[in-house]
Structures are given as C-alpha cells and as structure tokens.
Write a protein that binds this ligand. Sequence first.
Ligand SMILES: [Zn+2]
Length: 243
Amino acid sequence: MSDAPHKISHSTVSTLHHIHKKLTELNSQIGRGPRQLQAGIKAIETLKASEQQAKDALQQAKIACDRKQLQLKEREQRVADLKAKLNTAASNREFQTFKEQIAADQQANGVLADEILEAMEKIDELGRELKLRTEDLNQREADHASLQSEVDARVSVATAERERVMEELAVAEEQLPDDAVEIYQRLIRSHGEDGLAHVEGQSCGNCGATFAPQVLNRLMLSHFICCPTCGAILYMTADSVSE
Ligand SMILES: [Zn+2]
C-alpha cells in the first residue's frame, strides 16, 4: 500500500463512521415502510375476496328463492284452474281425477312453501354473514389507512433527516486528505459503514482482529491504516485506549 496516505485525522474518520451508521439506520427505516404495509394489503385482499364470496352466496340464494316462489305461483294457478274445471267435469270419474290432482298439487305446494320459508331464513343468515364480513373489511381498511399515514409520516421524517445527514457527510468528506478519498469511496461503496472501524482496546471494532503493538503505536500517531483482516479504515478515539 505504498500510495496510501500516511496520516489521517482519526476524528474525521470517527465523524464519518458516525454519519454512515446514521445513514444505514435511516435507509433501513425508509426501506421498512413499504414492508410494514405489505401484511395489511394482503389481509385486505383476503377480506375482499371473503366479502365477495358472501355476496355471491347471498345472490345465489335469492335467485333460488325467487325461482321457488315463481314455481309456487304457477302451481297455485294450476290448482285454481283445476278447481274451476271441477264444475265442468263430464263424469264422476273425471271429477274424482280432478280432485286427486288438486290434493296432490296442494300437498306439493305445501312442501314448496316450507322450502321457501327455509330459503328466506337462509337469505337472512347469509345477509348477516355478509354484513359481518363487510364490517371486518371496513375496519381493516380504516386500520390500514391510519397505519399508512403513520408510515408515510415516519418515512417522510426519515427522508428529510437523510437529506440533512447527506449534507453533513459532504462537509465531513471534505476533511479527508486527497490521497485517502479513493480508498475511502471504494470501501464505502462495497462495505457501507463497515468500511470504517473503530479500534476497541487492541482489536478491530468491525471484525474483531487483534493488532500487533506496532500497529497500535502507529494508529496512536494518526497513521492511515486499514485493518489487515477486513480492510476497514481504522480510527482511534479517546475511548479506544480505555477499552
Ligand atoms: Zn477488521
């Protein structure tokens, strides 16, 4: 590393590290926003499908009930027609036949009327079910809308904060010696905040590698040194020595 800079202000690197950690946190907050909404969107889709199912079931039940009612009306008309025919019966036998037909039709109509009552009860039940599902859906949509505005607010605060921190970053980066900029940029591009590492005691705060005393001595003299193990630019602060 012959073309590496010899010295660097450790306090500048410390500031940069702090800023990059903050940026990582802000980026994660901003990225988390849409994910927090995913579960709600999915739940709403499921509830919508469930509401639609209930609507379809209700509609089918109504159609079936209408059909039975129409059928009953037709059969009642037939009974009325048969009753009218009783007076015109040409023989006793024909009269009896009409009577039997009327009795059979009336019995069938009784069964049909019971079925219609059952169908109407079913319609009531399906109507109540649909109402519950619609209420569930509306509640969930309202909850989602308020979560959406919370998330939007959080993301917008974090985005504004990120802009501010990016400005801080630009100011801090100007403090880097020219010959350190390229190495620094490359490390940040590939490793983000882990491209910089605080020296903790005798070890790298990023990868935990332990340094030889001569490395520590050079660090104390503000030398520019990258961790031999993880490659991060090392910096010492007052805390480093006490740790
Ligand atoms: Zn390291």
